[in-house]
Design a protein around this ligand. Structure first.
Ligand SMILES: Cc1cc2nc3c(=O)[nH]c(=O)nc-3n(C[C@H](O)[C@H](O)[C@H](O)COP(=O)(O)OP(=O)(O)OC[C@H]3O[C@@H](n4cnc5c(N)ncnc54)[C@H](O)[C@@H]3O)c2cc1C
Length: 297
């Protein structure tokens, strides 16, 4: 029986494992090796680690955990249940593990725009988060991809990083006059024509080719197409979700299920590595305090 099983070895899960390891807890971390930012070459905005490779950051984290009673298993957790005060966790090799507490740090995955040619640019010159990649895109010709009215906020926000921002609604024409006025007043150009494909050199986006044959020169793209939970475990365990599709947490990352905590992107709409790591630490302290209380004579 483990004190704590953590599902997810990204920044949230590993930071939780560190605090729990340092609290002399017996910890098992499952990780399927698909952190959300694996498409990117640099993890930006984390003090002391600004610009490091995401893989190097996680590798260093795993190294640091070696001195604690933390075991990391590279397997997928396929199901988890809660019964009579313990969690029963099944991995994809059909093994069963038990723990007193469970932390989900399973993250989110992005819904990529369905655009021909996007793959080599994703995470390099096509992004979703201005706080992660806006600085690197500063003063470039930035395209914002959002069908219907979905890209308005992102397009307006990106004016902080560049004067040249164009909103592409890709063949949809749902913008209201009031939207168009707002975008125009703030210097955002609008293109409603359908997109044929993205083109560029290596990982650098250079052009958006429209179905009408027009070519638009763009050096960066940000998209607003939403996210999904990377794992179904929150659903299986009966967690409550917000209307934004993340797991609802109470004080100190507690879910609505006793003993079940959730940290990182899976539980938050502020999705940054440093926030995920901090939430992992919060959950770990809360879990340790709960275990202390249960064991007190
Ligand atoms: C392209 C891109 C670039 C980004 N750049 C930045 C940046 O520069 N700066 C920044 O602060 N943020 C950046 N982000 C956001 C950042 O990636 C997330 O905020 C952060 O990774 C969240 O950490 P997490 O631990 O919650 O989830 P993740 O890092 O996604 O880790 C979740 C882990 O759980 C594992 N997992 C999921 N389900 C299971 C299961 N059932 N069994 C076992 N393991 C499982 C996954 O394999 C994964 O390793 C970027 C995101 C993207 C998509």
């Amino acid at each position: 029986m483990y004190d704590v099983i953590i599902v997810g070895g990204g920044p949230a899960g590993l930071n939780a494992a560190m605090i729990l390891g340092r609290s002399r807890r017996k910890v098992l971390v499952f990780d399927s090796g698909e952190p959300r930012n694996r498409w990117s070459d640099s993890m930006n905005g984390f003090l002391s680690s600004d610009g490091v490779k995401p893989q190097d950051f996680l590798k260093k984290g795993r190294e640091e955990l070696k001195k604690y009673n933390v075991k990391i298993v590279e397997k997928v957790v396929i199901s988890a249940t809660y019964s009579k005060g313990e969690f029963i966790v099944n991995s994809d090799d059909l093994k069963v593990y038990r723990s007193r507490k469970l932390l989900l740090a399973t993250g989110l995955k992005d819904t990529l725009p369905e655009l021909e040619g996007i793959e080599p640019f994703y995470g390099k010159s096509v992004h979703h988060c201005p706080y992660c990649d806006g600085w690197e895109s500063r003063d470039k010709d930035i395209a914002v991809y959002g069908k219907d009215r979905n890209g308005i906020g992102t397009a307006l926000g990106l004016k902080t990083w560049s004067d040249s921002v164009t909103l592409f609604t890709d063949g949809t024409d749902k913008l209201r006059q009031v939207d168009r006025d707002l975008l125009h007043r703030n210097g955002v150009e609008v293109c409603t024509d359908a997109i044929a494909r993205l083109e560029g050199e290596g990982t650098q986006l250079q052009r958006i080719v429209l179905k009408n044959g027009t070519v638009r020169q763009q050096q960066a793209m940000f998209f607003a197409t939403g996210t999904k939970q990377q794992s179904d475990l929150g659903n299986q365990l009966g967690c409550e979700f917000t209307n934004k599709g993340v797991i609802k947490t109470r004080r100190l990352q507690k879910s609505n299920i006793p003993g079940l905590y959730v940290a990182g992107d899976a539980a938050r709409d502020m999705q940054l590595v440093i926030v995920a790591a901090a939430e992992g630490a919060r959950a770990a302290v809360a879990i340790n305090m709960e275990l202390q209380l249960e064991d007190r004579k």
